[in-house]
Design a protein around this ligand. Structure first.
Ligand SMILES: *Cc1c(COP(=O)(O)O)cnc(C)c1O
Length: 391
C-alpha cells in the first residue's frame, strides 16, 4: 500500500521538537499571533527573499487579502488560470471582481503568456493578473511581469503549491511569490510546507501594501479599537507558527529531494519502456521545480487510476473540472471548448505518490504497477483512446 501522500515518517522524526515548541506556546498562553508568529514571518521573509511577510489564517485568505489590498472592486477584471484550485478564482469573485480565465501551456500547466497577452489586448478594466505556480513549478514570471508593466496591471502570485521554488528572473534566481507585487502561500497540511491545520502567508517588497495587509487581517484595525478599513479576521495561530518554524528548517532539503524523486520517476518510466504510454512531467534545468505534485498525463486516466487503486497505489486528480466549467462560475459565460489545453489536461492528469521520505523501492513499485496494468491489457493499458500505443 503506497499512499499518494504520507506524512507519518516526517512527523515521527520531527515530533519531539514540535511537541516541545507546542508546550512552550501553552506555557506562554499566547495562542493567536504574537512572538512565535512574528518570528515565523521574519524567517519566511528571509528564506524567500522578500522584504515583508504577513501571516494569515489560510492560503485562501492570503489571496483574498492581497486582492483587497489592491482595491479590487465590483466589475474589475482579474486574469487568471482555470486549471487551479477553487480559491484562486473565488478570491476574485468574493470582491465582486470578474475572473477572466486564460488557457495554460500544456508542458508546464501554467498560464500561457501568449494567452495572457491576447486577454490583455481584448479586455477593458483589467486590474490584475493572478498566475498560479501549479504543482510547484513557477509560471513564466519574466513574461508575465513584462506584460503587466506594459498594460499597467498588478500581479498577485498564487504560490500555494510552490514554497521555495526558484525561477530565473532578470538575470538572477528568485523564489516563487517574490517577483510580482504580492505572493500568496498556503500552509494547509498537504502543501510542501504544511502545518497542523490551516495557515497562509503573503509576501511583498512594497511597504505600503505590507502595512495595509497587516491592518486588513485584523478587521482593518491599525491600532486597538480604531478601524480605518473594512478588513476581515484572518490571523495565524501560534501553534501553527511553531510547527511551521520547525519544518521551515528542512524545506530546502525536502524540496531538493522532491526534485530528485521526480527525476528518478522519469528514469524509471523510461527504463521500463513506458515513456510513450505515460507522459512524464518536464524537469526543467533552469529553475527549481519543487514537485509539490508529480503529475503524469495519460490518455485513459480514469481506468488507469482505478487499476492503480486496486494495486494499492494512491493517486489524485488535480483538477478534474476546470474552474470555467464549474456550476458556480457558469454565469461568467466561458463555456466548454473555450480553453482547449485546460480542458484536455483536466481529462489526462494524474498525480502519483511523492513525498520526501519516499524510498526508491516504493517508486519502483509504482512504476511496476503501471507496467502490469499495461501488460495485463487492462482498460487503459494502451487500448483504444487510452494510453498511446507503442509501435
Ligand atoms: C491550497 C491552495 C489554495 C488555498 O489554500 P488554503 O490554505 O487551502 O486556503 C489556493 N490556491 C492553490 C493553487 C492551492 O493549491
Amino acid at each position: 500500500m503506497i499512499k499518494q501522500l504520507d506524512l507519518s515518517e516526517q512527523y515521527s522524526r520531527l515530533n519531539p521538537e514540535i511537541l516541545d515548541r507546542i508546550r512552550q506556546v501553552f506555557e506562554t498562553q499566547h495562542f493567536v499571533m504574537g512572538n512565535h508568529v512574528a518570528e515565523f514571518e521574519a524567517a519566511c521573509a528571509d528564506y524567500l527573499g522578500a522584504k515583508h511577510a504577513i501571516a494569515v489564517a489560510s492560503g485562501s485568505d492570503s489571496l483574498l487579502l492581497a486582492l483587497m489590498a489592491l482595491g479590487i472592486r465590483p466589475g474589475d477584471k482579474v486574469i487568471t488560470s482555470s486549471f487551479t484550485f477553487f480559491a484562486t478564482a473565488s478570491a476574485i469573485t468574493r470582491l465582486g471582481g470578474i475572473p477572466v480565465f486564460v488557457d495554460i501551456d500544456p508542458l508546464t500547466f501554467n498560464m500561457s503568456v501568449a494567452a495572457l497577452e491576447q486577454a490583455l489586448k481584448k479586455h477593458r478594466s483589467v486590474r490584475a493578473v493572478l498566475p498560479v505556480h501549479l504543482y510547484g513549478r513557477s509560471a513564466d514570471m519574466e513574461g508575465i511581469m513584462k506584460l503587466a508593466r506594459k498594460y499597467g496591471v498588478r500581479v498577485v502570485e498564487d504560490a500555494a503549491q510552490a514554497f521555495g521554488a526558484r525561477t530565473r528572473f532578470r538575470g538572477t534566481y528568485r523564489k516563487a511569490g517574490t517577483t510580482g507585487d504580492m505572493g500568496c502561500f498556503s500552509f494547509y497540511p498537504t502543501k510542501n510546507l504544511g502545518g497542523a491545520g490551516d495557515g497562509g502567508m503573503i509576501v511583498t517588497d512594497n511597504g505600503r501594501l505590507a502595512a495595509l495587509l497587516r491592518t486588513l487581517r485584523v478587521h482593518g484595525s491599525p491600532k486597538r479599537y480604531l478601524h480605518t478599513h473594512l478588513g476581515i479576521n484572518s490571523r495565524l495561530d501560534a501553534l501553527q507558527a511553531v510547527v511551521l518554524s520547525v519544518k521551515l528548517g528542512h524545506i530546502e532539503q525536502w524540496n531538493h529531494t522532491r526534485m530528485e524523486l521526480a527525476k528518478r520517476y522519469n528514469e524509471l518510466f523510461a527504463g521500463a519502456g513506458l515513456s510513450t504510454a505515460v507522459t512524464c512531467p518536464d524537469v526543467p534545468e533552469d529553475m527549481t521545480h519543487i514537485f509539490h505534485q508529480y503529475t503524469v498525463r495519460l490518455k485513459n486516466r480514469d481506468s488507469v487510476r482505478q487499476s492503480l487503486q486496486e494495486a494499492g497505489i494512491g493517486s489524485e486528480v488535480y483538477y478534474p473540472l476546470p474552474l470555467h466549467l464549474q456550476p458556480v462560475f457558469r454565469y461568467l459565460g466561458q463555456g466548454r471548448g473555450s480553453l482547449r489545453e485546460t480542458e484536455l489536461a483536466a481529462k489526462q492528469v494524474l498525480s502519483l505518490p511523492l513525498y520526501p521520505e519516499m524510498t526508491v523501492d516504493q517508486q519502483v513499485q509504482v512504476v511496476e504497477a503501471f507496467g502490469r496494468i499495461r501488460s495485463a491489457g487492462a482498460p487503459g493499458a494502451g487500448a483504444g483512446p487510452g494510453l498511446r500505443h507503442t509501435p
